[in-house]
Each structure stands twice: as C-alpha cells, then as structure tokens.
Design a protein around this ligand. Structure first.
Ligand code: CA
Length: 230
C-alpha cells in the first residue's frame, strides 16, 4: 500500500455540501486537504501552511476569490484553479489575468477537477524545472541545487539567506522595500521585528560583499535594498 500523499490542497468553498464532497473525493485520490468556507479563513490558512494547489471558489463571504487570488500572488506562484457558479466570460478572463492557472464552471464532474489539477501540477513542475541559474557580477545562484558561488568558490548560506539573496537577484536593479522582502522571504504571517531584514542583509554582506570585496547589495535609505548589476 502506498501511503505517500500526492499533494497538499487548500479548498476554499462556502457551499458546505459541495466542499465536503470535493474534500472526500480528493482524499480518496490520495491528496491531503484543508477546507475553509470563508475568505478570511482562506488568507489565514494560506499564510500558515504550504500548499501545492488551491481550489478557489469565486463568490465567498469575507474576501471574494479574486481578492484572495490577488493576495496569494503577492508571495506565491502556487497553482490556483478557480471554481465558480458563473459561466461569465469576463469573470474567466479577469481570473486568468489575475494569475489563476485554470477555471472550472459549476456544476462540474469531479473527474474534470482531478484532470485539471493534474495539468496544473504538471505545468508547475515544469516551471520549477526552468529555474535557470541567476548571475550577478561574479556571483552565480543555482536555484535547483540551492548553491551559490562567487567565481568558483562555493558560499555557504542558510535557507533564509539563500531565499533573500535569490529574491534580490531575481529583481536586480529594482529597489525592494522591507515589507516586500518580509512578505516574500518570511511570509505574511510573520509578525516579528521588521529589522530582521536589515540583520539578514548584514549577514549576506559579510558573506559576499565584504568577503570578496565586490559590492552587490545596495541600500536605498528609508526605502529598502536592491542587488545592483553592472
Ligand atoms: Ca460560493
């Protein structure tokens, strides 16, 4: 018997009977499922857990599906499939514009949901596979191997340092605010001190800029930080 879970799913649906039905079907298929019936709970849950896919109803109490999607996309590229009673084309277009991966109109057959989920998983696996090495000055970041090198010298970074550096270099020459960095690297459920960002910037500067005498991380006073390429 295989007991490995296929993926962790967040199901956001306020029709309790429908939510229960989908939950049972997904569990039967081997997925782990968290169910919420309210928009606010969805945001809260998403901030506290790591999900592989979100099934998101459009019309919800609290925040609606579009608002939830907008918030999710601030920090995450998790696959999101919108579920809605409306067959309206304009909803579909705005959902996809807002970063939904797919769209299913109710009533649906569970087989359709499962099939669309498989497509979304495949797509996101391919995207992850496209994690090409990032370069800035003499520094190379390999997101797949989670390895950082200055020329040929490997630099040891903690997970948080690695994520902070990757985020800066992915957005090189763009000033990122402390809040953006906090949301992205620490997650929006982080309620500690915002100077944690400054502390970690200092760690990175010690390990990279100072050690190799090549300035990569710049400060924009009162705003935030950026990685500067030539
Ligand atoms: Ca609904």
């Amino acid at each position: 018997m295989e007991e490995t879970a296929k993926g962790n799913i967040l199901l956001v649906e306020d029709e309790v009977k429908l939510a229960r039905f989908v939950e049972l079907e997904l569990k039967y298929e081997g997925y782990t499922v968290d169910v919420v019936n309210d928009g606010r709970d969805a945001i809260d849950k998403f901030g506290r857990n790591v999900y592989d896919l979100v099934l998101l109803d459009l019309m919800l109490p609290g925040f609606n599906g579009m608002e939830i999607l907008r918030r999710i996309r601030k920090t995450s590229q998790v696959p999101v499939i919108m579920l809605t009673a409306k067959g309206d084309v304009s909803d579909k277009v705005s959902g996809l514009d807002s970063g939904a991966d797919d769209y299913i109109t109710k009533p649906f057959a569970i087989e359709e949901v499962l099939a669309r989920m498989r497509v979304a998983f495949k797509k996101s696996a391919q995207t992850a596979h496209d994690d090409k090495p990032l370069r800035i000055k003499n520094l190379t970041i390999d997101p797949q191997k989670r390895m950082v090198k200055w020329q040929e010298i490997e630099i040891e970074l903690t997970k948080t340092e690695f994520e902070l550096l990757t985020y800066l270099v992915q957005n090189k020459n763009i000033v990122l605010t402390r809040e953006q960095i906090l949301n992205r690297v620490w997650g929006y459920d982080y309620f500690g001190e915002t100077n944690i960002v400054d502390v970690y910037i200092r760690y990175l500067r010690t390990k990279i800029d100072d050690r190799f005498n090549e300035k990569i991380i710049y400060t924009t006073r009162g705003v935030g930080y950026y990685a500067k390429d030539e």
